[in-house]
Design a protein around this ligand. Structure first.
Ligand code: AMP
Length: 433
């Protein structure tokens, strides 16, 4: 497509009314379940100082090195559109001294993230994440609980996934492991791709993210971090897995699972779906105990995740999504000017009573209004014509089965309430007198 001012920027898109209810269904489900677990929403700015991400995510990562949308604002300050939200949430936690509150800070967010990634199916440059962060404890049971919350949300949307877990060790045991890894990588550099060769030097754990086919047999031979954990990290990992098992959550240990961000320690996890193709990760997260200090804050333990909403929405079964789709309860079909004016006031009254109703300002024939009512999947059509107005008695038609009743406007609310309660109301009752 030729790029013009009438096209969205590559890697971005409009989410149109025809699909927005899929997103709303998912977001409402997340809000409801996260609230049950005591998580509260936090909204941080979309733009932050570049330094926050450079330090918080790590200069050697692909995100900071290649993918950030960074610009100078008019005062010459370097600003970045957030590529992820954990660093922002931890900044907000420190800046607003949320650690002074009682117990854990359990926070969740929903919103857009920005990464200048290679164009690929399932990858957007503006994409959306729902994430949660539990700040203030390093208890492994919190990790299991956060994962339980996330899985319970995903499964209540009838989406099947798999949980992959690993431990990436702590600063101490990982440093020893990385030495070992570098040694092994040095002996196989000639077999690896350019990216892997560079990573072997700068950020050797990232080698495990390589997707190049010819690298895979060599990467398989590298030592696994889970065989080199210190006693504390090994105990923590065992305890975490014990809590998962106690919660009835199945998982697979994947020793080569390392997350893309530098600040992870100990528990790391990913939730994947077979239906997503090459970009199969739906959510990922882990523990980031050192992040607050890296940003200049007090020592704070943290565990959290981010889930890709774009991918979740893709996986959402139509039947589940339908539950949130807009459909008016009553479509008002009118004939003539006087009826139009009356329709405006009927609609106002019905909406004040909490009913959702719809009518077409351009009117047209009764047939075309009926067509629109069907298209909108309205439950009922109320027909307002001159004759009906004169009698004060209107035809109410249920679109599902074409059942029809005569109702007065005053009687309509109680009629609707009754008919919702009755499984099979008779097709010709008179209501509203
Ligand atoms: P990350 O913040 O990289 O750990 O990603 C967490 C989740 O966000 C991934 O599992 C994806 O579902 C989603 N995600 C990350 N990057 C993108 C992207 N460019 N486009 C769409 N979804 C993404």
């Amino acid at each position: 497509m030729v790029e013009t001012l009438l096209n969205t920027v590559p890697g971005t898109r409009d989410i149109l009314p025809g699909e927005i209810w899929r997103w709303q269904r998912v977001e409402e489900c997340a809000r409801q379940i996260f609230t049950q677990y005591g998580f509260m929403e936090i909204r941080t700015p979309i733009m932050e100082s570049t330094e926050l991400f450079a330090r918080g995510i790590g200069g050697d990562t692909d995100i900071v090195g290649k993918e950030m949308y960074t610009f100078e604002d008019r005062s010459g300050k370097s600003i970045t559109l957030r590529p992820e939200a954990t660093a922002s949430v931890v900044r907000a936690y420190i800046q607003n001294a949320l650690y002074r509150g009682a117990g854990l800070a359990k926070l969740y967010y929903v919103g857009p993230m920005f990464r200048h990634e290679k164009k690929q199916k399932g990858r957007w440059r503006q994409f959306y994440q729902i994430g949660a962060e539990a700040l203030g404890s390093d208890h492994p049971a919190i990790e299991a609980e956060v994962i339980e919350m996330l899985l319970s949300m995903i499964s209540s949307l009838q989406i099947e996934t798999k949980l992959l877990v690993n431990s990436v060790g702590c600063v101490k045991c990982r440093a020893r492991y990385i030495q070992l890894l570098r040694g092994s990588l040095a002996g196989m550099l000639q077999h690896l791709c350019d990216d892997c060769r560079r990573r072997a030097e700068t950020n050797s754990l990232r080698v495990f993210d390589c997707k190049v086919e010819s690298c895979q047999p060599h990467i398989q031979k590298l030592p696994a971090i889970t065989d080199h954990l210190c006693v504390e990290c090994a105990n923590h990992f065992a305890s975490f897995k014990g809590y998962l098992a106690a919660a009835g959550i199945g998982y697979q240990v994947v020793p080569r699972l390392v997350r893309g961000l530098d600040y992870y320690v100990r528990t790391a996890f990913e939730i994947v779906s077979g239906e997503l193709g090459a970009q199969n990760a739906l959510a990922g997260g882990g523990r980031y105990d050192g992040l607050s200090e890296v940003l200049g804050g007090p020592p704070v333990k943290g565990f959290g995740f981010a889930l890709g909403l774009d991918r979740l929405v893709m996986l959402l079964p139509d039947a589940v999504a339908m539950e949130a789709k807009y459909k008016p309860e009553i479509f008002l079909a009118y004939i003539g000017d006087q009826a139009f004016r009356q329709t405006l006031s009927f609609a106002r009254a019905l909406r004040r009573q909490g009913r959702s109703c719809y009518f077409d300002f351009d009117g047209g024939s009764l047939k075309s209004q009926m067509r629109m009512a069907n298209k909108l999947n309205a439950s009922y059509v109320l027909i307002i014509g001159e004759e009906e107005l004169a009698k004060g008695l209107f035809k109410l038609k249920r679109l599902e089965d074409s059942a029809q009743w005569d109702v007065t406007m005053e009687g309509l609310p109680s009629f609707l309430a009754e008919s919702a309660a009755l499984a099979n109301p008779s097709a010709s009752m008179k209501a509203g007198k």
